[in-house]
Design a protein around this ligand. Sequence first.
Ligand code: ZN
Length: 330
Amino acid sequence: MYEVPKYFPTTIVGSYPKIPPSEELIRKRKKGLISEEEFHELVKPSIKAVIDDYLEAGVDILSDGEQAREDMVAYFAERLKGYKGGEWVRIFDNVYFRKPVIVDEIEYVQPMAVMDWVYASSVSKGRPVKAILTGPYTMADWSFDLHYGDRRELVIALARVIRKEVEEFVKRGAKYVQIDEPALSTRPFKEEVEIVNEALHVIFDGINAKKIVHICFGKIEKILEYLLDFPIDQFDFEFKNSNFRLLPYLVEYGFDKELGYGVIDVHSTRVEDVDEIFNDIKKLVDTGLLGPEKIFVDPDCGLKRLPREIAVAKLKNMVKAAALAREKLV
Ligand SMILES: [Zn+2]
């Protein structure tokens, strides 16, 4: 078994550029031209290519690159009972996304993302692969609800089905479970954080794995003091894109959980160089807030919108910078 470095381990947030033929397979699956089983079988070479890129870069804790997911909400909505096919909604300008509709009680049917994780873990040369799931708050926020009529109730109903999926992962040996809640930073209010906190208890209480929540962009500092009560081991936040704006707030509130520390800008194709990333790691170390065993070095968010060669180049430099940090900052 691969041993994850004790200090400054490197990881990723989850998504990766789509590697052919994954997008074509997603389309075929949607049209019913291939079954769910065939789909997960045929997407394996894309997952393997992602893992090979991570291994080439030297990342410690991996993901399946979300090669099977065309978007983080629709993928799960299509595999749960209670949802029906969505409608296209305009987000801005000519950017549309399909908002799934909830028409009945949400029910768990069968494992949704577990098989891709099992395969990824079988080709990761012993490196751990994170189980990554879209959180109930984001699922609720990016769906049309025609059944529950109450956001809290809906979020908790989604949390119950997500818990079932988490149990399936842990049963198969997942050691890291990450819940992605990007929608929370779009509504940074105490009442919303409390709903998510309750949902996380539903998902994680009694689960034996490292419990991680990823939230990105938006005004996280407005809700940081409430976030610290979450029943989790690790937060994963974006820092690079916002020029480390959140850092002084972490110090102010005495943040003491593990931190997935985003040092790679996923909105820019510029490849950060090793010294730059090292200095960004040092920024956090210099605050004295967290020991190196609590700092997980990673990109701000998923890498899916970057060209693949840029994504690899960024990860390579990130891994080198973490190694340098182990040498000089421990
Ligand atoms: Zn993100």
